[in-house]
Design a protein around this ligand. Structure first.
Ligand code: NDP
Length: 465
């Protein structure tokens, strides 16, 4: 049977676009269907605008720090609508770049919501991106689902009164008081953004420390940094109800407390976006909260249909979705073996102020496989000695497997942590040892030189299977 396309990708986010472009570069006839915005979550409602907001939130500190260096700069006031407008202009520019990138690669752009009619046929109906688009039906030999994820709200009365990250990027005004529920990536990052711009922030989380899953020492250091940033933390707390009285919202907690704010922000996770995809017209299997089940080759349970990125709920990060898309295109249409990535040393960063970045194993994870040597340092970066924020500490931790002396984990909380960590992730991916770190000459004066000058072991952690 002759199909309209060799490959049809549903979703023009980071993973889908990479998959489409690489497949087209091999000569495949490729189309991408997109219903909402070119570039997907990362470009429109995630990484990119978030990082711009984080940067916006740090200029007041820079102005204040400058006094210690002899400047007489005043932070002034921040104009939120100006930030939103500038951010929107940049996102519109990036949308255009995504479209031209796809067009230059020879990919056909299909504007609309795609729905499976059968495993090779999709109905493309008009959607938000272009409500006037003409509906059409297309066929493809292979189909890739790259639809991403969407925020979830806890099942409590009044949850609909709150915003999620989707709305946070378009708030008409910055709330003076905001209650944030959840201390994962999004909760922590937006707590930092709003606090840096001058809002009073209450952060609610249900564990003893924020950022479950990260190294315990770093979680403790982050909790201290959150307090230093002026954010009030409510650990071991769950919201039970949200109510609205005029312009004010009240969040009732299960510890009996009630917090009042101008905005309640739910950062309680995301779920795979499969709504309206017509999966019932295929043999695709989903599990848990709707993640599409795939094998190690991103193949779903429907032959010829694949899934990549957040919709598969593996490692939900943009660079991972890009890698998954690239590998899939290589393996479907390339002549050489697919490009390889080291997913088990995927570096991660949480853009708080200061940011936290990490690669490899936590101390507890490493100790499950053998005894561990831990090297830690905590210091005030040079800039803050004159700048005056002496309580803005940098914390670094190396986790070393005792038998091999390989550095199996690096964790940094502090200014520029993601920039440092990206470079050191190469060393961890390469399996370098503590001796390799030690024989590397530092750059002085930097914070990063501490990574190669940590001489004294902080502690030894026994094998804890
Ligand atoms: P996360 O899964 O990281 O965190 C969710 C938070 O909400 C946790 O603190 C969780 O608590 C809490 N929570 C979940 N359900 C409830 C509930 N019913 N009541 C109270 N608290 C609840 O999700 P995020 O929304 O922060 O981020 C989603 C994903 O987006 C991340 O997993 C990440 O992959 C990606 N992301 C990456 C970024 C980056 O790379 N910098 C930035 C932003 C997002 P508990 O831990 O106890 O379960």
């Amino acid at each position: 049977m002759a199909y309209d396309f060799d490959l049809l990708v549903i979703g023009a986010g980071s993973g889908g676009v990479r998959c489409a472009r690489i497949a087209a570069s091999y000569g495949a006839r490729v189309a991408v269907a997109e219903s909402r915005h070119w570039g997907g979550t990362c470009v429109n409602l995630g990484c990119v605008p978030k990082k711009l907001f984080v940067q916006a939130s740090e200029f007041g500190d820079i102005a204040r720090d400058s006094h210690g260096f002899g400047w007489n700069t005043q932070p002034g006031t921040h104009d939120w609508p100006s930030l939103i407008a500038a951010k929107d202009r940049e996102i519109t520019r990036l949308n255009g770049i995504y479209v031209s990138m796809l067009e230059k690669a020879g990919v056909t752009l299909l504007t609309g919501h795609a729905r499976f009619v059968d495993s090779h046929t999709l109905r493309i109906d008009p959607a938000a991106l272009d409500p006037d688009a003409t509906p059409r039906t297309v066929t493809a030999e292979r189909i890739v689902i790259a639809t991403g994820s969407t925020p979830v709200r806890p099942d409590i009365p009044g949850a609909e009164l709150a915003i999620t990250s989707d709305e946070a990027f378009h708030l008409p005004q910055r709330p003076e008081r905001v209650v944030i529920v959840g201390s994962g990536y999004i909760g922590i990052e937006f707590a930092g953004i709003f606090a840096g711009l001058g809002s009073k922030v209450d952060l609610i989380y249900r564990r003893d420390l924020p950022l479950r899953g990260f190294d315990e020492d770093m979680r403790t250091a982050l909790a201290e940094a959150i307090t230093t940033r002026g954010i009030t933390q409510h650990a071991h707390a769950n919201p039970t109800r949200i109510t609205q009285e005029g312009a004010e919202y009240a969040v009732t907690l299960d510890n009996g407390q009630t917090l009042r704010a101008d905005c309640v922000f739910l950062a309680t996770g995301r779920r795979p976006k499969i709504d309206g995809l017509g999966l019932e017209n295929t043999t695709i299997t989903t599990a848990d909260s709707g993640r599409i089940v795939v094998d190690a080759h991103s193949q779903t349970t429907q032959p010829g249909v694949y899934a990549i990125g957040d919709v598969t709920d593996r490692i939900n990060l943009t660079p991972v979705a890009i890698a998954e898309g690239h590998i899939l295109a290589d393996s479907l249409f390339g002549s050489a073996p697919p490009r390889q990535w080291s997913f088990n040393t995927t570096p991660k960063a949480v853009f708080f102020s200061p940011p936290l970045a990490t690669v490899g194993l936590t101390e507890a994870e490493a100790a499950q496989t053998g005894a561990v040597d831990v090297y830690m340092t905590r210091f005030t970066p040079m800039r803050h000695t004159l700048g005056g924020r002496k309580d803005r500490k940098t914390v670094m931790k190396l986790v070393v497997a005792q038998d091999s002396q390989k550095v199996v984990g690096v964790h940094i909380l502090g200014d520029d942590a993601p920039e440092m960590l990206q470079a050191v992730a190469i060393a961890v991916t390469a399996g370098l040892t503590k001796a390799d770190f030690d024989r590397t000459i530092g750059i002085h004066p930097t914070s990063a030189e501490e990574l190669v000058t940590l001489r004294t072991r902080t502690r030894e952690t026994p094998h804890t299977p």
